[in-house]
Write a protein that binds this ligand. Structure first.
Ligand code: ADP
Ligand code: ZN
Length: 727
């Protein structure tokens, strides 16, 4: 582009960089470019993608104004999406460019997908009608466009036969539009007859979607009560209204079983969006979502940033799940931001969970959210009978983790030919290795964490940063040989223990570091569902969303594990996880049992699980939060300062604290060294900001950061609004 003289018009363009706002760019003479257009602009020596933003461009000296280089042939980001990006940036204190970056992640999709070369029979006859030629023309009848190779294949002939016919001018070439990533879903197709409770719930949702406008509905129902069936009806209604729908799931729950069920209901799968997609699938899905060719997306949290053309419904399944929180770069909670996106877009959002978050329950109790309850499991599927195993009274054998009570239950389950799940939320063989001779403990050189032994791989691994080393024969500290002891259980060790007791049983171990990745995992899950395992040993990977028909025993090996970590949500999380895990049992009407091995059977979480009295658990949790002014009755934000040295990190955190404004309704706690004081060689300090419900947290944080020192050198400051993690 050449800079010409005279008045040039300029527009703001948001580029995917951590800049505080859009930059101004010139518009080529004689053109107008509307907000939302996706463009390429020069930035320093590079050309980067950007989005034309709203409002007037900032003033730039005409001589310095650089021009937009290219306008992509791409549907614009609509006004709702642009407002959403601004809103999220403002709320999370992130540069808007970094938020926009999440919507612009697939530059290859900014130009249309190339059409495919196709051929259509003109209807003319060949000079000589051989058998193969006749088969080709048979296939080509009816004016259908084929690819050359597709036609040859369908007719069962070699491509040269088609070439021969083409040489005689019997085919016109045409452009075939690129194939859809998924066929169109049909809302009328496989409607499941619903129970009366389900039907009432579905009718409420259909009504909300039909009327349009923003609303939040919580479907609150035990596992297996039909929440998925019910929200499918909301999606069907959105489709009938000509709207697109988005289903957000914790990544792990996005199983083939779910996709297949969706297919049964709608005759096509939803488009998927998660970290496992190939670049090609990613491009096609992004593009076709923007073009409105994809009608339903099921995805992990980042699907919230897809450029939907006509989004009219968001469903957030397992809304309580922590996986919705992103804790890097832009810290945001996709559950909360999904609600914001719906509000800005003016359409309904549906939250589903068997164990809603306390925040959502409070919103429902206060009438801000509509609460739809599904109190019973579908058909005769009874919830498992839950019992606490008091580990003080029935402790495991020395070196073991399984109580005799649990072992008996597994034995009985095996005898009936049914399946057991032993749940332990710890990967690997043992969380700590120490030398019996000198007491040396194996720690990560770069993190404040012990190395976890992975015996199948023969390695010691850091679960924070991935550092791993071979497990040595001799202690590196004192040189003693054969003195290394594995302390505490992981799933691999549990498998060893189970095998010792039940040598005949078919045992499958499942955790996220399974060799063979996502594909192998899927096969294992299918094998379990088909009853091809007697004992399943797994981490929380098996807790979510899966349907294992012959599973009638679930034993939680270390129910207390998540309780004593200083997290204000520890009770809530433990309750949610254990409820969900035990809910894997008894999905098909067989009598089933859930055993909870605990050293604290009187803990409110254990009592609530065993008694099944969820309401009093929630009431107690909610009262406790209200008393302590914790979310949602008060507000929290964390400021995390990291640096290469402890002194720098601490010094900067202290300086920020001193820079905090005086405000009656906000307190600053800390700085304190983070519970995980070092990750990847970065030292970490935390400040916790605690405000009243209506306090202006963002204003406070901005003022604090603005008047504090500029971070220099290796110092980094991250702000985490509404933190979920406190490590
Ligand atoms: P949730 O999402 O609450 O865990 P699902 O929707 O997954 O419950 O339903 C649990 C199981 O019961 C699934 O296998 C589902 O197909 C079946 N199911 C639920 N409702 C019905 C229904 N009305 N008709 C037939 N099957 C149903
Ligand atoms: Zn590490």
């Amino acid at each position: 582009m050449t800079a010409d003289s005279g008045e040039k018009s300029a527009v703001p363009v948001l580029v995917p960089m951590p800049a505080p706002g859009p930059y101004s760019y010139g518009v080529p003479a004689g053109t107008t470019i509307a907000p939302g257009a996706i463009v390429a602009v020069p930035l320093g020596p590079r050309l980067v993608p950007g989005v034309v933003w709203d409002g007037p461009a900032g003033k730039v000296d005409a001589k310095k104004l650089r021009a937009i280089e290219h306008v992509f042939d791409c549907p614009p980001l609509d006004a709702a999406m642009r407002r959403f990006i601004d809103w999220l940036a403002d709320y999370t204190l992130s540069p808007p460019g970094l938020v926009a970056r999440m919507a612009l992640r697939v530059p290859a999709a900014f130009e249309p997908e190339p059409a495919i070369d196709g051929i259509v029979w003109t209807g003319g006859k060949p000079e000589k009608l051989t058998g193969p030629r006749a088969r080709v023309l048979d296939m080509a009848e009816g004016g259908v466009a084929w690819t050359k190779s597709g036609l040859a294949k369908a007719a069962g002939v070699s491509a040269t036969v088609v070439d021969g016919l083409m040489a005689q001018g019997l085919f016109d070439t045409v452009a075939i539009p690129p194939p859809p990533v998924v066929p169109l879903p049909d809302p009328a197709l496989g409607r499941t007859p619903l129970t009366s409770d389900q039907e009432a719930a579905a009718a409420t949702l259909r009504d909300a979607v039909g009327k349009g406008g923003f609303s939040v509905s919580l479907i609150d129902g035990v596992t297996g009560s039909g929440k998925t069936e019910v929200y499918f009806e909301a999606i069907a209604e959105a489709l009938r209204q000509g709207k697109q729908a988005l289903v957000l799931m914790p990544e792990i729950a996005l199983t083939h079983a779910f996709l297949d069920r969706f297919h049964d209901r709608f005759g096509a799968r939803p488009a998927e969006w998660h970290s496992d997609l190939s670049p090609r699938q990613r491009e096609k899905t992004w593009r076709q979502t923007a073009e409105g060719r994809v009608r339903v997306v099921a995805g992990a949290r980042s699907a919230l940033f897809l450029p939907f053309a006509e989004l009219g419904l968001i469903v957030i399944d397992e809304e309580h799940d922590q996986a919705f929180k992103q804790e890097e770069r832009v810290f945001y909670n996709a559950r909360d931001m999904g609600v914001v996106r719906a509000k800005i877009g003016g359409f309904p959002v549906v939250l589903a969970s068997a164990t809603p978050s306390v925040e959502t329950r409070v919103n429902a109790d206060a009438g801000r959210y509509r609460r739809i309850s599904l109190p019973t499991r579908f058909a005769d599927a009874a919830l498992p009978d839950l019992k606490a195993v008091d580990m003080r009274r029935a402790p495991p054998a020395r070196g073991g983790s399984l109580s005799p009570v649990t072992l008996n239950a597994v034995r009985e389950t095996l005898a009936k030919g049914e399946q057991s799940l032993l749940f332990l939320n710890r990967r690997g063989y043992a969380p700590l290795t120490l030398c019996r001779s000198c007491g040396h403990r194996f720690a990560c050189p770069d993190c404040d964490s012990w190395l976890v032994e992975h015996r199948f791989r023969g390695r010691l691994v850091c679960h924070r940063c991935g550092h791993n080393e071979e497990r040595p024969e001799a202690c590196p500290h004192c040189g003693a040989v054969g003195e290394l002891a594995a302390c505490g259980p992981g799933v691999e060790r549990l498998a060893e223990e189970a095998l010792g007791h039940f040598p005949e049983a078919r045992i499958i171990v499942l955790s996220s570091d399974i060799a063979g990745g996502a594909k192998r995992l899927r096969l294992e899950l299918e094998a379990i569902a088909k009853g091809e395992a007697d004992i399943v040993i797994g981490t929380q990977l098996v807790a979510k969303g899966h349907n294992f028909p012959s599973m009638t025993l679930v034993a939680v090996v270390d129910a207390d594990m998540g309780l004593n970590n200083g997290d204000p949500r520890a009770s809530e999380r433990t309750f949610q996880l254990l409820h969900q895990v035990t809910g894997r049992a008894g999905r098909t009407g067989k009598k089933s049992l859930g055993l909870i091995q605990t050293w604290q059977p009187d803990h409110p979480v254990m009592r609530a699980l065993v008694s099944g009295d969820m309401e009093s658990f929630y009431a107690r949790e909610i009262a406790e939060r209200e008393r302590a002014h914790l979310p949602p009755f008060g507000r929290l934000a964390a400021v995390i300062v990291t640096a290469n040295s402890r002194i720098e990190a601490e010094g900067h955190a202290r300086a920020l604290r001193r820079a905090a404004p005086e405000t009656a309704d906000i307190d600053v706690l800390g700085p304190a060294e983070a519970p995980i004081a070092v990750i990847r060689g970065e030292h970490r300090f935390r400040l916790l900001i605690h405000g009243e419900r209506r306090a202006d947290m963002q204003g406070f944080l901005r003022a604090m950061i603005a008047s504090g020192p500029k971070p220099r050198g290796s110092i980094r400051v991250s702000v985490d609004i509404d933190p979920q993690s406190f490590v």
